[in-house]
Write a protein that binds this ligand. Structure first.
Ligand code: 6SD
Length: 261
C-alpha cells in the first residue's frame, strides 16, 4: 500500500518509520511518503494560512498550496479505475473504527491531508472530490490541534492489517474489536507478584477451561467498560453458556436482540 501524508509538520510523522511499520517499509509492504505543504507555496514567507472570511478567531489554511500538493501526490499515484481515497482528519468526520481500518486496508493507496489552525478552506474538499474519494474522518469525540496525531493512529491501525506486517496473523483475529468484544486480561511470570496471583485456571493446563474463562472475561469486561458494544448484539452469536453469563451481567434477549435490564 502507498500512503502519502501532506502536513506543515512532516517531522511529526517520524514515529511511523519505527517498529513494525518501519519494518513494513523496509520489506516493501508499505510505501510511506510525507510531503511538506510549504513546498507548494510561491511566496518568500511560504505562507499557508490567512484570516477567515466572516471573521472570528484564528487562521484558515489557504486553498492553493493544498491543490498543488494534492496534484503532486496524484501525479505519483499509479492509474486505477477507482478514484484514490483522500482522508481528512476532522472532529466533524465519520468516526474511525476497526471496521473502517479494515475497509481502508483494502485500498491500493491512501492520501492524508493534515489540517492545522482552524482548518482547511472548505473549497479544497469540494475541488478534491473531483479527483479523490474524500472522507473526513474523526479519531474520536475530542479536539486535537491538527490532523497529524490522528493520521499516525490511522496509519498504524491500517498498516498493521496489511499482510506480512504483524508476524502472527492469529494475533490480528484475537484482538479487541475484531469480534466486537474487549480483550481478556493477560498475565506472565511470576505467578505470584506483590500479593497478586495469576488466576488458577491459567495454570491448570486445561485448554478448554482456559478458552471458556477468557471468553467469559471478555463479556465481563465489555459489560463493565463498554456496555453499548453488547447492547443490540445478536444473541445467536453466543453459546448457551455465554448467554448464561450475559444474563448474569444484566442482559436479556428481547425480540432476538440483547437488551440491558
Ligand atoms: C485543524 C484539525 C484536524 C484539528 C481533530 C480530529 C479529531 N478527532 N479531533 N480533532 C482535528 C483534526 C483537529 O485541523
Amino acid at each position: 500500500m502507498r500512503v502519502d501524508v501532506v502536513s506543515i509538520f512532516p517531522e511529526y510523522l517520524a514515529p511511523l518509520r519505527l517498529s513494525l511499520l518501519g519494518r513494513a517499509q523496509e520489506d516493501g509492504i508499505l510505501q510511506l511518503s510525507v510531503h511538506d505543504l510549504r513546498d507548494f507555496t510561491a511566496d518568500r514567507h511560504r505562507t499557508v494560512d490567512d484570516t477567515p472570511y466572516g471573521g472570528g478567531a484564528g487562521m484558515v489554511m489557504k486553498p492553493e498550496p493544498w491543490a498543488l500538493a494534492l496534484e503532486a501526490v496524484l501525479a505519483e499515484l499509479p492509474e486505477t479505475n477507482e478514484a484514490p481515497t483522500l482522508i481528512v482528519p476532522s472532529p466533524a468526520g465519520e468516526v474511525f473504527t476497526q471496521a473502517l481500518a479494515e475497509e481502508l486496508a483494502q485500498e491500493p493507496s491512501l492520501t492524508f491531508a493534515c489540517g492545522r489552525y482552524e482548518g482547511i478552506d472548505e473549497r479544497v474538499l469540494e475541488w478534491a472530490a473531483e479527483h479523490f474519494r474524500v472522507r473526513p474522518v474523526s479519531l474520536g469525540d475530542y479536539v486535537l490541534n491538527g490532523g497529524e496525531v490522528a493520521v499516525m493512529a490511522m496509519v498504524e491501525a491500517v498498516g498493521r492489517l496489511l499482510p506480512g506486517v504483524v508476524g502472527n496473523p492469529e494475533s490480528l483475529v484475537e484482538e479487541s474489536h475484531s469480534d466486537g468484544l474487549l480483550e481478556y486480561p493477560v498475565y506472565t511470570k511470576p505467578s505470584s507478584w506483590r500479593g497478586h496471583d495469576v488466576p488458577d485456571v491459567l495454570l491448570s493446563g486445561n485448554h478448554g477451561l482456559i478458552a471458556r474463562w477468557r471468553r467469559e472475561q471478555q463479556f465481563r469486561r465489555t459489560a463493565a467498560r463498554r456496555p453499548e458494544l453488547l447492547e443490540g448484539a445478536d444473541p445467536a452469536e453466543f453459546t448457551g453458556r455465554e448467554r448464561e453469563v450475559l444474563r448474569e451481567l444484566g442482559y436479556d434477549v428481547v425480540d432476538g436482540r440483547l437488551v440491558r435490564q
